[in-house]
Design a protein around this ligand. Sequence first.
Ligand SMILES: [Zn+2]
Length: 284
Amino acid sequence: MKILRQIPAKNYSYILLPSFVLIIVFSSSSISATPSLSPSDQGTEKHATSPEQDKSHVHEVHCSRERSRAAWKVIEEYLMPFVEREKYELPRQCRLHPSNDIFRDQEEHKIHFDLNEWRCGYCKKSFRAEKFLDQHFDNRHSNLLDTVHSKCLADVCGALHCDLVMEFKSKKTKCNPAAAARNRHLCEGLADKCFPANESPSATRLHELFLRQFCDAHTCSGGRKPFSKGGKKHTNRFYFAASVLTLMLLPLFYLIVYLYQKEMKRGTQELKRIAKVGRKAKPS
Ligand SMILES: [Zn+2]
């Protein structure tokens, strides 16, 4: 209270402004924090409720986990925002349906606990990097892969331009017209299966969008660029970083304001004392 009284009315903005920032930051960080927690919840839940997963059918899996992940990333980023906006549900026979990705369940059992800590959602073992967790899944939990019903999502990578989102991009090769035509055919097939035109207005719209977003670019004659319709906006991470930074800087800010006010008060007292001494000294 004493500190507050020392600060003139004008300076309350110094306190009110950061408080507002703090409130906004808290509300945004609570939103951005939820998705990072959910995999662990899903992990325990799913693990507990699917006893058929314990059936050990160990098959050798010839499907690239990395490319499947890239394909999923493309779908999540450049397709799902539009699908969600249309409130459209992908049919089960669509290759892009989550249940058709053989690695989906394992990927959802990854808990990114910390920058250098990845946890297995099945057995809670920790790893330094995602690739070690991938190896762990291959070594310990390959029996959980549904090799009967699921398909390899990496197979549609050609259509989805996976190379563009992969960390180690393959070297640019000369455009091969035959490969481009093949990918275009695969791409249009996906559009037909996933968004049967004339089935509903939203399916028709999404069918069109899918062709523009993914298929048009499969040409050697320099057509559109892939993902021309844009993708998901990355605001969550930015808000999270901003809120952490603000929380760190806020105590420092208050300390500076406090010390400044204290210094100012001491300064005015000093002045008053000098003035008093000067006044007293004059008459005598
Ligand atoms: Zn495990």
